[in-house]
Design a protein around this ligand. Structure first.
Ligand code: BES
Ligand code: MN
Ligand code: ZN
Length: 492
């Protein structure tokens, strides 16, 4: 899908799309057409009433450079969110593809609907993400994506916003496309190769630790979880260094369990296939790093991805084992299905020790309890730092990737105390499962501002996922837009 701009809406196009608010009698930003067209437009606006997500097509007469006009309902003005233009644009793009068009045009809504730059980025993110389809393993591929012309008065600011939005959308799509891969086609080694390819293309430094190096260096969590699989564990590190030379980096950590069977504490069979998405945290970090480097953001960012496959077998780690983490602390294993916190703890400690970062943010499909608590449309955050949390909350408001904070006080820390080791890898029964998992992670960090983002409910579409055009079935790339916004606004 190519994107260009055009200042006039009356240029040759097979489909000209404009937005309509509910209870309004006009298409936002549409210039005057001849009286016959205007009459059918007015009738069509009456028919569709600007209802949210509704699309209405009006064919125009042969001599018109515009072949069709499509009205896209935005719903009530007072209900507009920072997401409306995004998912309605996604619907428009999917319609254009369904009609097998080669190109289509969208009129940018005027500023009383949305700030123009924000509208542009929503149009681009919405259309691009909605047109992504995971069809790598199907003989019948999706129709090729139509090109987009955005109708807007041109300026340098607008062209820059377009480039930026395209990179951000591509980052999210990259995350989705890797996260959607089946576990037989995506092992820790595969992920390491993706990381190498991305970093080579965009001049990042990439380091990969494998066994036996991981063991030798003291990554006891990654080694223990990884030892049950013939697909060897990896620790993948990407470095983007475009900030001031001595400025401390932001470290991003992402859980990448390429398949989580639960290990010896085997999961029940139902929906186990979905545990191919247990690598989503790591994929999010990959997508962010790809975009950060393409945007050439003037910041230092490090991405750390601990990757394993959690399998049962003769060499697997077991309940009862006591392992030593990278921090030097010991952990009693009581459930091998609580594996994410073990590999993350190693990565967090490593990140803090080697980079003395300004902040650490981690992403993980960490707990089923997170879905019980917040459902499939909001991620949980747990943090040890007010300022960092505030910035992430602000980025969340701007991007509509929603987060909600859960508390973490000493009482929760006490819930993971072990009789025989420094801590245990589970809490007490099912009580506050998302928080006790975060408590385990907190023990891996000494002093750095840190925010943990549990994306178990939002990383892929599940039972209660709100339908959104730009998140078709499968991985959503949650966190990519959120953290890119955070990184772009670091200085504010
Ligand atoms: N990857 C799972 C968490 C998960 C489950 C995410 C379902 C999304 C959907 C994680 O490794 C896990 O198994 N966690 C356990 C922890 C428990 C054993 C303390 C869980 O949530 O049941
Ligand atoms: Mn698990
Ligand atoms: Zn897991």
């Amino acid at each position: 899908m190519k994107i260009k701009t055009e200042s006039s809406a009356k240029k040759k196009t097979s489909l000209l799309c404009g937005f309509v608010l509910e209870n309004s009698n006009k298409v936002l930003g549409l210039p005057k057409f001849d009286s016959k067209t205007t009459a059918s437009l007015n009738q069509s606006i009456k028919d569709m009433e600007g209802k949210l997500g509704k699309l209405n097509i009006i064919p125009l007469s042969g001599k018109n450079p515009v072949q069709r006009i499509m009205l896209a309902g935005l719903g009530k003005k007072e209900n507009l969110t920072k997401d409306t233009i995004r998912f309605v644009s996604g619907k428009i793009a999917q319609k254009a593809r369904e009609l097998k068009l080669k190109e289509f045009s969208i009129i940018t809504p005027p500023s009383f609907v949305n700030e123009p730059i924000s509208s542009i980025s929503q149009i681009i993110e919405g259309t691009k993400m909605a047109l992504y389809k995971f069809d790598k393993f199907k003989a019948e591929k999706a129709e090729s994506s139509p090109d987009l012309t955005i109708i807007v008065s041109k300026s340098n600011k607008i062209s820059k916003a377009i480039k930026t939005s395209e990179i951000i959308a591509n980052g999210a799509i990259f995350t989705k496309s890797i996260a959607n891969l089946p576990p037989n086609e995506c092992t820790p080694t595969t992920l390491a190769n993706f990381a190498k390819t991305v970093s080579k293309k965009n001049k990042m430094k990439c380091t990969v630790f494998s066994e036996p190096e991981l063991k030798k260096k003291g990554f006891g969590g990654i080694s223990a979880v990884g030892q049950g699989s013939t697909n060897q564990p990896k620790l993948i590190i990407l470095e983007h260094n475009r900030g001031p030379r001595n400025e401390k980096p932001i470290v991003l950590v992402g859980k990448a369990v390429t398949f989580d069977t639960g290990g010896i504490s085997l999961k029940p069979g139902a929906a186990m296939d979905e545990m191919k998405f247990d690598k989503c945290g790591g994929c999010t970090v990959l997508g962010i790093m790809k975009a950060v480097s393409e945007l050439k953001l003037p910041v230092n960012v490090v991405g750390i991805i601990p990757s394993v496959e959690n399998m049962p077998g003769g060499e697997s780690y077991r309940p009862g084992d006591i392992i030593k983490l990278y921090s030097g602390k010991t952990a009693e294993i009581l459930n091998t299905d609580a594996e994410g916190r073990l590999i993350l703890a190693d990565a967090l400690s490593y990140g803090e020790k080697h980079y003395s970062p300004k902040a650490i943010i981690d992403f993980a499909t960490l707990t089923g309890a997170c879905i019980v608590a917040l459902g499939n449309n909001v991620a949980a955050i747990v943090s040890n730092d007010e300022k960092l949390k505030k910035k992430i909350n602000e980025a969340s408001k701007r991007t509509t990737e929603e987060v909600w904070e859960l508390p973490l006080n000493q009482d929760y820390m006490d819930m993971i105390k072990s009789d025989v080791a420094d801590m245990k890898n589970v809490g007490i029964g099912r009580a506050a499962g998302t928080i006790t998992a975060a408590a385990f992670l907190k023990n891996a960090i000494e002093k750095t501002p840190w925010t943990h983002i549990d994306i178990a409910g939002v990383a892929w579409t599940q039972g209660a996922t709100k339908e959104k055009s730009y998140n078709p079935k499968g991985a959503t790339g949650f966190g990519v837009r959120l953290i890119l916004d955070y990184l772009q606004n670091l200085k504010n």
